[in-house]
Design a protein around this ligand. Structure first.
Ligand SMILES: [Zn+2]
Ligand SMILES: [Zn+2]
Length: 258
């Protein structure tokens, strides 16, 4: 089959190393918290009978705040419990008033708690197959995480034959989806899918759908060894930025012609 490819233009980002150090420090604080507090909070979590098994809005609030506060302390920027609760309340109402650093630590805390839910789902034998049970009536919802309900942004092509799994950056759950086609709109016309890549990132392509303008980063695990997919997605954020630019220069122009 004729696969369409195009090259992405990348601008160098020097802050990646610094960001990685910060991420690692927070990540190890999350690991410690999960070991120390995980079984306590797991007892308070019940999975729904069907997906999403534990949406992030149903995670125990006290667990999120406890982990978030721990991360704020590790980052050297503690806030009072009262302030944390007030900011969390605003966040849940869709008011994003906190500074970006606090917000990114809140996202990590949500992820840390959601991972407990994903582990519970795995241990209860929840099948990691999105398409067949989550969305038999609507094939375009398979990009939503069956555990936490968040949209996946990263696909992994796994051994031995490149089966496509999605990786949830919130709870780290992985599930299998169909190999070809756009997961966002259901388009299966290969001529409308284009794969963008840059030689600095071997083994990664961005699959862009020219029908709906959505894209999915795909890492070929047969070519690229990755220890932490959530970090890998963050680390390669320049590919997302370059894709957004490519889309604004190509797809939107094309759409305007119609
Ligand atoms: Zn998830
Ligand atoms: Zn599409």
């Amino acid at each position: 089959m004729d696969v369409k490819r195009d090259k992405l233009v990348i601008t160098e980002d020097e802050s990646v190393k610094q960001a990685y150090q910060k991420y690692q420090d927070l990540k190890s604080a999350i690991d410690h918290w999960q070991q120390e507090r995980g079984s306590h909070w797991l007892a308070a979590m019940a999975l729904a009978p069907k997906p999403p098994y534990l949406p992030i809005t149903d995670l125990p609030e006290d667990a999120i705040i406890e982990l978030w506060q721990r991360l704020n302390t590790v980052a050297g920027a503690p806030i009072s419990d009262g302030e944390a609760r007030e900011l969390w309340r605003q966040f849940r109402e869709g008011q994003f008033t906190m500074n970006p650093e606090l917000m990114s630590r809140l996202h990590l805390a949500l992820g840390g708690v959601a991972q407990l839910a994903a582990n519970k789902a795995k241990s209860q034998g929840v099948p990691a197959i999105g398409v067949s049970y989550i969305a038999s009536d609507d094939p375009t919802t398979s990009y939503l995480c069956p555990v936490c309900g968040e949209a996946a942004t990263l696909a992994i092509l796994v051994q031995p034959n490149g089966q496509r799994n999605l990786h949830c950056n919130t709870c780290s759950f992985e599930w299998t989806v169909k190999r070809m086609g756009c997961l966002f709109c259901g388009n299966e016309d290969a001529k409308q899918l284009i794969y963008l890549k840059n030689e600095e990132f071997p083994g990664i392509e961005v699959a862009v759908c020219q029908v709906c303008g959505n894209y999915l980063k795909e890492i070929d695990a047969r070519q690229r060894k990755v220890k932490d997919y959530t970090w890998e997605d963050l680390r390669t954020i320049t590919l997302n930025l370059a894709t957004e630019r490519w889309l604004s220069e190509n797809v939107k122009n094309t759409a305007e012609l119609h």
